[in-house]
Ligand binder design. Structure first.
Ligand SMILES: [Zn+2]
Length: 358
């Protein structure tokens, strides 16, 4: 892109150094109301890459929605004031923000679209397909095809929570560069489920990483702040903003992790939280009968960090309780306490189970 050129999106012209609201039209709804996906574009004054941010593709996963809100408007939710994190007149390149892809799913407080399909299994979508395929198609053609890089923001489903971590395909160099720049302690490997935005966009030439942070139906500000800082880190890495990136002293590259599972059903009391370090054989949860009497305890199958945790107290035999990534206590303590590392120490972890539910 030449210096000083406007950015054109869906018939709207966005001048250099400005931001604009636009929308992706999806056709009329049942009441004849026009349906659309709201999009906000920040277009810088200097040449640079096009970065797309997508959130709410699962309509009940809201932390990413708040991440995008804060990047557009700053803490006061008013763009153009002093707390804006991204100054339009100093930005190099362009950011396409899609705070809620699955807007009707959000209104219904559910993961899927109104037809209950998971949009994140339908990419690149179909122009003449069903309603969910058309949403995927509109996003893919208008946003993904325009973007040089993409960050897709998610949380765990409503029955679980995740320590904020990045998921990326370790076998794609461009994705790993973004994943490392984002700056979470933990990066999980997977190419993404078939038909997912991450996998399809990456294969189509737009390197994509995914943030998993917190749980559904909430704005959890710790998770939101990890997302904000991570996106700004990536933007700094890509030369879109001036920034001294805050990277952890230690990062764990996890090819596979392991879930501790319930041996039998009952009501679950977790004794730890995500981000806690546990030892092999340590009691991490207990299960009771309906009167509250303990029937058995769940022990950690390894020494490591809890990155995923069940929130629903109702468990059946075999249900996943805690996802634990191998790590020594000493190393995790250092990972928590030191920042600003120019060249973080990396450890590869390869366990038994792959994760592929984003
Ligand atoms: Zn999701």
């Amino acid at each position: 892109m030449a210096d000083g050129d406007s950015f054109h999106f869906e018939g709207i012209e966005i001048a250099p150094g400005t931001g604009a609201e636009v929308s992706l039209e999806l056709g009329d709804g049942p009441a004849g109301n026009p349906r659309s996906i709201p999009v906000y574009i920040m277009h810088g004054t200097k040449p640079g890459p096009v970065l797309a941010l997508t959130a709410g593709i699962h309509g009940d996963e809201l932390n990413g929605v708040s991440v995008v809100h804060h990047l557009i408007h700053g803490d006061d939710h008013i763009a153009g004031t002093e707390d804006d994190r991204i100054a339009r007149d100093e930005l190099a390149g362009t950011i396409i923000c899609v705070p809620v892809v699955n807007i009707e799913g959000m209104l219904l407080e559910q993961r899927g679209a109104p037809d209950n399909r998971d949009i994140n299994r339908l990419f690149p979508g179909k122009e003449q397909g069903n309603q969910s395929q058309r949403i995927a198609h509109a996003l893919f053609q208008s946003v993904v095809k325009r973007a040089d890089f993409l960050i897709d923001l998610h949380s765990a489903p409503h029955s679980r929570t995740n320590l904020p971590h990045i998921r990326a395909n370790f076998d794609r160099k461009e994705c790993m560069e973004l994943a490392r720049a984002f700056g979470t302690h933990i990066i999980l490997h997977s190419s993404g489920p078939k038909g997912s935005l991450r996998r399809t966009a990456t294969n189509d030439g737009t390197p994509t990483i995914l943030l998993e942070a917190g749980t559904a139906h909430r704005f959890e500000m710790d998770a939101v702040h990890t997302g904000i800082e991570g996106v700004l880190n990536v933007m700094g890495h890509l030369g879109m903003i001036e920034r001294v990136n805050q990277l952890p002293a230690v990062r764990l590259l996890v090819r596979r992790s392991k879930w501790a599972r319930a041996e039998s059903g009952g009501l679950l009391y977790s004794l730890f939280n995500v981000g806690d370090h546990v030892k092999k054989g340590q009691e991490i949860a207990l299960v009771t009968d309906p009167l509250g009497e303990q029937t058995h305890s769940i022990e950690s199958p390894r020494t490591g960090v809890i990155v995923g945790l069940a929130l629903n107290p109702l468990v059946r035999a075999g249900d996943p309780i805690a996802n634990i990534v191998l790590c020594s206590a000493k190393k995790w303590k250092r990972a928590q306490s030191e920042f600003n590392a120019e060249d973080p120490e990396e450890e590869s972890v390869d366990d038994e189970e792959a994760v592929d539910d984003d």
